[in-house]
Write a protein that binds this ligand. Structure first.
Ligand code: SF4
Length: 336
């Protein structure tokens, strides 16, 4: 008997709106991101906004071995494509993912040169730009909008699934991390939630796809607070969202804080996290693509691995099973 989620037509028959499925549906094929380190820094480390960075940050923990700033972007792309070809043999097109540090934190002429260098790789059909909400301005966003309209790189074209496209895919992914200013202050983010709201608005109103990243389990936040933040997340004009459980990286300020006040942290067992994330999904708009629901910092970097060594594909399977066991789906509570 139909339960109610079928009417949403979530990709791949899932009970939530998966980002991989979104790409497959929109472009007719799977697109793989290739992580790049384009040599940017971060204003929360170099003193412009702050020093020492966010209390949980160790950027080395977040990028794969093929992506290092000493290599040209084309070399990183070639090596990244080789790396992923082993796992996804049928993938033909890639998104260059400017991930390390703050990838709009430079003068516009340097940014445009780097983005266009990546887009000139023959297998690349778009760029994903990870950045902080306080590292964009009108001129940078206007340039990205001109890329989206196919004006910034005249003559650029790619054939995706038999269709000629003359404008690259452009996604800006903002690290928002929390909707609570007291949390953002405590983790030394160096910006507040209102800055994130403004950046997302300025980006979306220019026709640029926006993604957002949040961390679940930051100090001082209860499960109820995280669940309540879904209504603010729903109010943002974003197309996709990534979540990950807080993983405490060795040697960070957060590791020290956790040792001192563990009672301020919600630490989920895998079973608890699956249930908690189902609770989150029930409160998130059904049209929001869920790109990720767990983090994957390599075990050597983290202070504990309470879930053991479990692969992302298995975690996704467990989430599917939990949604089914609870007869629920993304956005269910919003439609009651
Ligand atoms: S903004 Fe990003 S790169 Fe900068 S300190 Fe925070 S987590 Fe690290």
């Amino acid at each position: 008997m139909a339960e109610g989620f079928e009417k949403y037509g979530f990709p791949d028959g899932k009970r939530y709106n998966s980002f991989v499925g979104y790409f497959k549906r929109k472009y007719g094929e799977r697109l793989q991101k290739i992580v790049l380190d384009a040599g940017f820094t971060c204003p929360n480390r170099d003193g412009k906004v702050g020093r020492g960075g966010c209390t949980y940050c160790d950027n080395a923990a977040f990028h794969p071995s093929y992506s290092t700033a000493g290599k040209s972007l084309h070399q990183q792309l070639d090596e990244g494509i080789e790396f992923h070809k082993v796992r996804y043999r049928t993938t033909e097109h890639y998104l260059a993912y400017f991930q390390s540090f703050s990838n709009t934190y430079a003068p516009l002429d340097r940014l445009s040169r780097l983005y266009e260098e990546a887009l000139n790789h023959p297998d690349v059909v778009g760029i994903v730009i990870g950045t902080r909400p306080d590292c964009v301005d009108e001129s940078k966003l206007d340039y990205l909008a001109s890329l989206v309209r196919g004006e910034a790189m005249p003559g650029w074209s790619r054939v995706i699934n038999g269709e000629v496209r003359t404008a690259p895919i452009v996604i800006v992914e903002y690290g928002i991390e929390s909707c609570y200013n007291q949390t953002l202050l405590r983790i030394n983010r160096g910006h507040d939630f209102q800055t994130a709201q403004k950046a997302v608005q300025m980006t979306a109103e220019r026709g640029i796809d926006v993604g957002a990243h949040f961390i679940l389990g930051l100090p001082g936040e209860t499960c109820q607070m995280m669940l309540d933040s879904c209504s603010l997340i729903n109010s943002l004009p974003i197309r996709s969202v990534k979540f990950h459980q807080l993983q405490i990286v060795k040697g960070t300020k957060m590791e020290k804080e956790y040792a001192e006040v563990p009672q301020d942290f919600v630490r989920f067992s895998l079973d608890e996290y699956l249930d908690f994330f189902v609770d989150m999904l029930e409160r998130l708009r059904a049209d929001l693509s869920i790109e990720r629901f767990v983090g994957e910092v390599p075990p050597r970097f983290v202070n504990e691995t309470p879930w053991g060594l479990i692969r992302n594909v298995e975690l996704i399977r467990l989430l599917d099973l939990r949604l089914e066991a609870r007869s629920t789906w993304q956005g269910r509570l919003l439609s009651l």
